[in-house]
Design a binder for this molecule. Structure first.
Ligand code: ADP
Ligand code: MG
Length: 291
């Protein structure tokens, strides 16, 4: 098969791992920077060019879209979709997963357990909203946060209102969320490929930090997860329309909660921690789809 990996970083671990897995399984693979793609449209005909060449006879694409270029990434994926090229992540699913508000709206409406959350309207009494999601300390979250960079914890009304005011002034979309204290700075990252859990790890935040992102220095360990956790992760992916995703779960006193579903999950942490060839499983999935 001819596989294209949409990625801005040919030297990133995930891109290299996918390239290696595709080659090992006998496929042609090319890394294309989606921000450099030209998208042509005319009656009944779509084309994509990249570095002076048309991208034709492509069997499948594997999008690895960074959060700063979601719009361009989704546009390129949609172009491929309309050209009948199989994509591991559909454009609508990527856009929906990227926005924590849209993601939680969808999951909650399908009966998935999520932390109690509220998207704040203009000029609202935030004290009342904070009480509704469980009081202090409260999580304040930018809906497009990644790597934990837009997730804060506020202990008092004055800090919460100051943070929210500042974020609103910066035109950020802000959510309040119940702080799941009993998770104690840990979460689970569950990798799902084609409706199956293929790998799982537990991430533990650094001392004095509640965010367990590996980018914030958290430690990862291989972890056995329960049947209920597996089922929840698989269901969340199905609802979000994602065949490949990294689901973040928090272990709360009322059971596992889905925090978010990542449409371009990093492979380095999960592959090196668990020893599972996740990239290989993604290529196997494409092979099954293209049979
Ligand atoms: N409601 C919450 N309760 C407890 N911890 C949380 C909560 N929300 C986020 N965290 C911690 O912060 C980390 C980052 O939050 P997340 O919503 O995944 O944002 P990002 O997309 O920036 O990673 C999580 O992995 C988790 O450790
Ligand atoms: Mg996260």
């Amino acid at each position: 098969m001819n596989i294209i990996i949409l990625s801005r970083g040919p030297n990133l671990y995930s891109t290299k791992s996918l390239c290696a897995a595709a080659k090992r399984k006998g496929h042609q693979v090319k890394v294309v920077d989606h921000t450099g793609c030209n998208l042509f449209m005319e009656k009944g005909k779509l084309e994509i060019s990249y570095k002076g060449e048309y991208l034709r006879e492509v069997d499948a694409i594997i999008p690895r879209i960074g959060s700063s270029v979601t719009f361009q990434g989704a546009a390129v994926i949609q172009h491929f979709e309309l050209m009948k090229v199989f994509t591991v992540a559909r454009s609508y699913a990527l856009l929906q997963a990227r926005d924590k508000l849209r993601c939680l709206q969808k999951l909650a409406s399908y009966g998935i357990d999520v932390p109690r959350s509220v998207f704040i309207g203009q000029g609202q009494d935030i004290e009342e909203l904070i009480n509704e999601v469980g009081g202090f300390p409260v999580i304040i979250k930018i809906t497009e946060s990644t790597h934990g960079a837009g997730v804060l914890l506020a202990d008092t009304y004055s800090s919460a209102s100051g943070i929210i005011e500042a974020l609103h002034r910066l035109k950020e979309k802000v959510m309040l969320q119940e702080f799941v204290e009993e998770a104690a700075g840990t979460d689970l990252r569950v990798l799902v490929v084609a409706g199956q859990v293929v790998a799982a790890m537990k991430r533990e935040a650094m001392e004095g930090e509640f965010r367990s992102n590996l980018h914030r220095g958290a430690q990862a360990k291989i972890e056995e997860i329960t049947a209920r956790e597996k089922e929840l992760a698989v269901k969340a992916c199905r609802i979000m329309g994602l065949d490949v995703a990294g689901v973040d779960l928090l272990r709360s006193s009322r059971g596992p909660l889905v925090l978010e579903v990542n449409a371009s999950p990093g492979l380095e942490g999960i592959e090196t921690t668990t020893g599972v060839d996740v990239a290989g499983k993604i290529i196997d999935f494409i092979e099954r789809k293209k049979q």
